[in-house]
Design a protein around this ligand. Structure first.
Ligand code: ADP
Ligand code: ADP
Length: 220
């Protein structure tokens, strides 16, 4: 069963930049796939469209069988609880604490304070951030910020996790740790789409790898 399907998706930025060109593929529930390609090949654009941060110029994206174009604006927050996103530049609130950054999407739901605390501390512990909850994000190292961004993306237990160069700022040891976390999340049933230009992340993974070049899928 597919969790995601793209059908003839194109994205053209003004004046005439074809960021994505006629992309069709499906992702099965529980899969862990990689998207790779050189800088500017359209990886970030592809993830942004799936997250409905942007709309395709043409074509359609189906999440759990439902066309994304059919979600009215007011339903998008609900969609985003099912789709987690680890942004390349983190998009964390630098002057807020680790706890606040991870809790934010739970705070806007009607979840009791005690449960929020339990869930946030549990995920921080799992990501090796126990004891960091009251630190300001701006005081953290790049690797710690990366893991806070991951904690925030998975706190709602999303069905689909999108990650844009999630090891871009990490040394080899931290990269391995973060990749193990992705493997664990996937083993628990989370579908993962990971965009990276770092071939070492997938060469021995036996995972499906989609190759983008100038907005085109080379191996659909
Ligand atoms: P990648 O993530 O593989 O580096 P991107 O998806 O960021 O690639 O970019 C694909 C192409 O689309 C590039 O040519 C980039 O300059 C262009 N692009 C991306 N976002 C925008 C935008 N908001 N406006 C105009 N052009 C954009
Ligand atoms: P999972 O294996 O899915 O993480 P848990 O047993 O940790 O399941 O929790 C199941 C649900 O119950 C979660 O929503 C969790 O937040 C909530 N929960 C578990 N224990 C507590 C607790 N002591 N206080 C508040 N909420 C809790």
């Amino acid at each position: 069963e597919d969790i995601l399907r793209l059908e003839r998706v194109s994205k053209v930025y003004k004046p005439n930049i074809r960021a994505l060109d006629d992309i069709t593929f499906s992702v099965a529930k529980g899969e862990f796939i990689f998207i790779t390609g050189p800088s500017g090949s359209g990886k970030s654009t592809l993830l942004n469209l799936i997250f409905r941060a942007e709309k395709p110029t043409s074509g359609e994206i189906f999440f759990e069988g439902r066309p994304l174009s059919s979600f009215p604006r007011k339903e998008i927050p609900f969609l985003r609880r099912k789709i987690g996103f680890v942004f390349q530049d983190f998009k964390l609130l630098e002057n807020h604490t680790v706890f606040e950054n991870v809790a934010i999407s739970l705070e806007i739901q009607d979840i009791p304070e005690g449960e929020i605390r339990y869930r946030v501390l549990k995920i921080l512990k799992r990501l090796g951030l126990a004891g960091k909850e009251n630190q300001l994000v701006k005081q953290l190292s790049g690797g710690e910020k990366q893991r806070v961004a991951l904690a925030r993306a998975v706190i709602n237990r999303p069905r689909l996790l999108l990650a844009d160069e999630p090891t871009g700022n990490l040394d080899a040891r931290r990269t391995e740790e973060v990749m193990e976390i992705f493997e664990d999340l996937n083993a628990e049933g989370t579908t993962i789409i990971l965009a990276t230009h770092d071939h070492s992340l997938f060469v021995d993974s036996h995972r499906r790898v989609l190759l983008l070049d100038e907005g085109r899928l080379l191996n659909p």
